[in-house]
Structure formats: structure tokens, C-alpha cells
Design a protein around this ligand. Structure first.
Ligand SMILES: [Mg+2]
Length: 193
């Protein structure tokens, strides 16, 4: 039986530009005297700011209309060219069902209604040959049981110091490196019995 060539794609910070959109909305709600906001909002950010962010994220429409994130789409194109089966693997916020339906609508609109989706609290549960994700904590969790798994990590400010031998950080300049690693991963373990 052939092992399926599945490439798992994260949404926020990978296929969707979550940060840009949240920042723009927060800017729009800012009074002229407030300082410029920076993301990500840490737990020690002022509560008025975190509550504004929660209000923005409570809108299904906001999730549905997130702009595309270029780095992730570049990797998606490579995965499609190589014939990977694309599966969306995204975190479902615990207390925000509107985000679950907004995410599904975003996928329908941008990738079509037939794409498989896993929304989970634990990305480590899900099989794939390749994971494309920007968040080190989820990457570590997924790699824990996959000593030969490959991760492509779209670059951002928050993951610039992250290093792992199975992870390629993609910043827009090293697409050929990404492509050859994904090619190799695809050829690995062609069959299992
Ligand atoms: Mg992400």
C-alpha cells in the first residue's frame, strides 16, 4: 500500500496574512494619541488592546476575508507541482466558533470546497509527510513523533531564531531549497507493507 503524499498547510501566518489584517483593524480603532501597536500581542499587553483584538476576531467575516500570505502560497504552488495532496491543518480557537466557520469559508473561497480540512487543538495528532507552519511550538509538537518529517516554516519576526535540522525556514529567497527537500520527502518510503 502506498503511503500518501500529504502536505499539511497551516492557515494563519502561512496561507493567510493574519498579522497584517489584525494590525490594520487595530490601527483603525486607535485614538490619535495611542502608540503604534506591535504584534504579536503578548499576555502582558494592556487589556483594552487584547479586548479590541478579541472583538475583531469574534467576526466570522474577518476570518473569511483575511488576505493571502505570499510566502505560504509560494510553497503551496510547489506542493501542487510535485503532486502532493493538500490538507489544511489549522488550530481551532477554543472559545471562538465564529473563527471555525470563517476559516471554512476562507478555504471555500480561496482553495475550493473540496479541500480536506483538519481543525484541531493538537496538530501533533495529524499525519503528513510535510508540514508547512510558521509557529515553532506547533512544529516541535508535530516533529516529536516524526523523526523524518519535513517542515517548511514561512519566515516571520517571531520565528527568526528558531533552528531545527528537519525545518527549512522559507523567506522568499530559497524556493529551490524548499522544492528539493519536498521532492526528496516525496520519494521517501514509497511503499509500506
Ligand atoms: Mg500559523
Amino acid at each position: 500500500m502506498a503511503i500518501e503524499n500529504i502536505a499539511l498547510f497551516d492557515m494563519d501566518g502561512t496561507l493567510c496574512d493574519y498579522d497584517k489584517s489584525l494590525l490594520e483593524k487595530l490601527e483603525g480603532l486607535k485614538s490619535p494619541h495611542e502608540p503604534v501597536f506591535k504584534l504579536p500581542l503578548r499576555d502582558n499587553a494592556p487589556s483594552y488592546l487584547r479586548e479590541r483584538a478579541d472583538l475583531i476576531r469574534a467576526s466570522e467575516k474577518w476570518w473569511e476575508e483575511l488576505p493571502k500570505f505570499k510566502l505560504g502560497w509560494g510553497i503551496l504552488e510547489v506542493a501542487r507541482e510535485l503532486g502532493y495532496r493538500i490538507v489544511i491543518l489549522t488550530q481551532g480557537p477554543r472559545r471562538n466558533p465564529a473563527s471555525w466557520s470563517g476559516k471554512k469559508k476562507w478555504i471555500d473561497k480561496n482553495l475550493g470546497p473540496d479541500v480536506d480540512i483538519t481543525m484541531t487543538r493538537d496538530k501533533g495528532l495529524v499525519y503528513g509527510k510535510v508540514l508547512v507552519d510558521d509557529f515553532p511550538e506547533y512544529i516541535d509538537r508535530w516533529l516529536k513523533w516524526r523523526k523524518r518529517g519535513l517542515v517548511i516554516m514561512p519566515a516571520n519576526e517571531g520565528n527568526k531564531d528558531y533552528h531545527h535540522s528537519q525545518v527549512i525556514r522559507y523567506d522568499g529567497s530559497n524556493l529551490s531549497e524548499v522544492k528539493s527537500a519536498m521532492e526528496k520527502a516525496k520519494l521517501r518510503h514509497q511503499k509500506c507493507f
